[in-house]
Ligand binder design. Sequence first.
Ligand SMILES: Cc1cc2nc3c(=O)[nH]c(=O)nc-3n(C[C@H](O)[C@H](O)[C@H](O)COP(=O)(O)OP(=O)(O)OC[C@H]3O[C@@H](n4cnc5c(N)ncnc54)[C@H](O)[C@@H]3O)c2cc1C
Ligand code: FES
Length: 283
Amino acid sequence: MTVCNHSDENPFQPEAARIVRQYDLIEDHRFFQVRFLDMERAMTFTYNPGQFLMLSIPGVGEAPFSISSTPSRPGILELGIRRMGKVTEALFNKSDNDVVYIRGPYGNGFNLDQMRGKDILIVAGGLGVIPLRSILYYVLDNRDQFERLFFLYGVRTPEEMLFRTEFFQLKERHDIECLYTVDKATTEWSEDVGVVTKLFTKLPEIDPHQTNAVICGPPVMYKYVIQELLKLKLPKNQIQMTLERRMKCGLGKCGHCALDHIYTCMDGPVFTYWDTLHFRELI
Ligand SMILES: Cc1cc2nc3c(=O)[nH]c(=O)nc-3n(C[C@H](O)[C@H](O)[C@H](O)COP(=O)(O)OP(=O)(O)OC[C@H]3O[C@@H](n4cnc5c(N)ncnc54)[C@H](O)[C@@H]3O)c2cc1C
Ligand code: FES
């Protein structure tokens, strides 16, 4: 495979990156830290929370993955990956120091300009926390640019909670309110029990015009979370959600992700609730 250091000339040309660390989050879900071999590229590579990249393994294939790290901590890219098929299986078989190939970043990412100066409400379900972890740490690293920060995360069982240790550590901070819930508890679970929307009853008073919500989770979750946000009277364009569609090229060339004139790889993967009202197939 020919690899270039900078993807300016051929946007399909991936760049080599080394796996610097990996560990299992839960069964069949693994956390990876990767760094471009070219150190200058590693330190200058920038992206928006909510963007994704294409990761390839020579001889196996390529797949899109959300960036779970924050651009406020340059040098390392973090991914949370579920073992699904050929690319992810091959990635799970890699060792630290092995090389993979990356191109990107792609997609729009969250509208940070709209979010600055506002209260931020992050609502995650299951695996949806992977892209939201990027905006979560971005807000924490730029705390003076945002007002109150609420992080609501729901999973089916305590054993399925991703990033459990670090998210419980966040509860000790005074500049974020973290609320966690599981559908079904075991004895050692001390947080809430019930679906993620139940956590809305624990929120303090919300000023809808001062609040931006970001959502990512299983498809069924969006409808109920949006209902709660509309009850709070959040404007439809202040509800952002990140949506997955089948993607191949990631840069608007192949048409795999197209819905009408919308290319979800370029116009998304972040859409506002307002957008989805015009393109109901989006969710
Ligand atoms: C923008 C974006 C961000 C993503 N971020 C992440 C991430 O952070 N972590 C992560 O683990 N995965 C993420 N995914 C999903 C990931 O790209 C797919 O699971 C990918 O197919 C894995 O490649 P594979 O070769 O291992 O599996 P494959 O061999 O391609 O597929 C395995 C199985 O999954 C099915 N499948 C593949 N893609 C999809 C899809 N989009 N929707 C429903 N079923 C599908 C296939 O039909 C097959 O049954 C993201 C996808 C998109 C579009
Ligand atoms: S994935 Fe090819 S056009 Fe969007």
